[in-house]
Design a protein around this ligand. Structure first.
Ligand code: 1CP
Length: 336
């Protein structure tokens, strides 16, 4: 059993595994080189050889405990037949959703489109040392819908107009998404993934009953399914503040990734029977080495006696210096 899984499942606290959200990506020159030769981002995600190569880039540089397969959460809308484009500087643009088409898509058709992701996982698992974990991931239904139905404004607030207009479809779509997300998780496990991270990056847009209906309920169904197929899960319901406690009490994931807005001491005292991951702001990594090391140490000290996986409170920013990542990894590994 590798260190990552020992910490996640056995709640081992004597060492702290380390990996980073967006560890394969735009801060690495070797990624940017491949990206500049592959203008279509979705096509790049579906190129199994290149996806595997990009997944392993950070592993070659740093002594990380886990690799995360290079893909994107928006590969699911793509596989459901909704066109997805990544426009430089603007983020993803999705064509207007045809609800009927999405609800009617057959499992086989959906899985066939994602075959290259499973091939990339199989290739990567073969190349990756046995003592390192390979993490698969999905976007949670609400976060996928936020993109599919254009439910957030440019200021990252809930777009009430789009939300009201889509009300009739939201529940049906959530159920369809739970179904296809579970298919995607099962296939990633069968290809060789050791765990799944469920990104609910826009959970923070939801309040009260909607948080229960559109965040806790779907995450809980996905975590239950993952447990049923023996795949450990980590949830990331970003931006829900003290509702993190309700989330883990209801959803019961193996691991919980905390965001940079959550007080880590509050998390330590309130999030029980779960492996905690992450928390440090990715912005810290843009500061000088002393400041960075102090903050890393702060998180390691707080979670010293807990099952804790070192990571950030969100993805690595594109202007991060790869050498700073190297120093952080060394600091975590040598921490006593
Ligand atoms: O070069 C480019 O323009 C592409 C940049 C890029 C990369 C490297 C995007 C576009 N996605 C990815 C890869 C990616 N995305 C990974 C790969 C593995 C790794 O972490 O190293 C993962 C896990 C994701 C997950 C993802 N995509 C999330 C959830 C995590 C998060 O950041 O909150 C989300 C919300 C997306 C959507 C997405 N993909 C890319 C962009 C620019 C966005 C939009 C983000 C936003 O709306 O703010």
């Amino acid at each position: 059993m590798n260190r990552f899984i020992k910490c996640l499942i056995k709640k081992e606290s004597s060492f702290k595994p380390v990996w980073f959200m967006r560890q394969a990506g735009r801060y690495l020159p070797e990624f940017n080189k491949i990206r500049s030769q592959n203008k279509n981002f979705i096509k790049l995600c579906l190129n199994s050889e290149l996806s595997s190569e990009i997944t392993l880039q950070p592993i070659k540089r740093f002594d990380l405990d886990a690799a995360i397969i290079f893909s994107d959460i928006l590969i699911i809308p793509h596989a459901l037949g909704q066109e997805v484009n990544f426009v430089k500087g603007e983020g993803p643009i999705l064509e207007k959703l045809n609800v009927k088409n999405v609800l009617n898509i057959k499992d086989q058709e959906f899985l066939k489109k994602l075959r290259p992701v499973y091939d990339a996982i199989a290739i990567t698992r073969k190349k990756l040392r046995k003592d390192k974990a390979l993490i698969s991931f999905v976007g949670a239904p609400w976060t996928l819908l936020a993109y599919m139905l254009n439910l957030k404004t440019n200021e990252n607030k809930l777009n009430l107009e789009s939300f009201k207009k889509s009300q009739n479809n939201i529940e049906e779509l959530i159920n369809k998404l739970i179904h296809v997300i579970n298919l995607h998780i099962r296939s990633q496990k069968e290809a060789g993934a050791d765990a799944v991270q469920i990104f609910d990056s826009w959970a923070g847009l939801l309040k009260n009953d909607n948080l229960k209906k559109f965040c806790y309920m779907p995450n809980s169904k996905i975590v239950n399914y993952s447990r049923h197929i023996n795949l450990p899960s980590i949830c990331f319901p970003k931006g829900i503040g003290i509702n993190y406690k309700n989330f883990i009490d209801i959803v019961l994931p193996d691991g919980i990734s905390i965001d940079y807005d959550l007080d880590p001491i509050w998390a330590k005292n309130n999030l029980k029977n779960v492996c905690i991951q992450g928390g440090m702001s990715p912005k810290i990594l843009l500061r000088n080495e002393d400041d960075v090391m102090k903050e890393v140490e702060k998180y390691l000290d707080i979670f010293k006696n807990n099952a804790y996986i070192f990571n950030l409170g969100h993805g690595i920013l594109p202007n991060t210096d790869p050498d700073m990542i190297k120093k952080v990894v060394e600091k975590v590994i040598n921490y006593k």
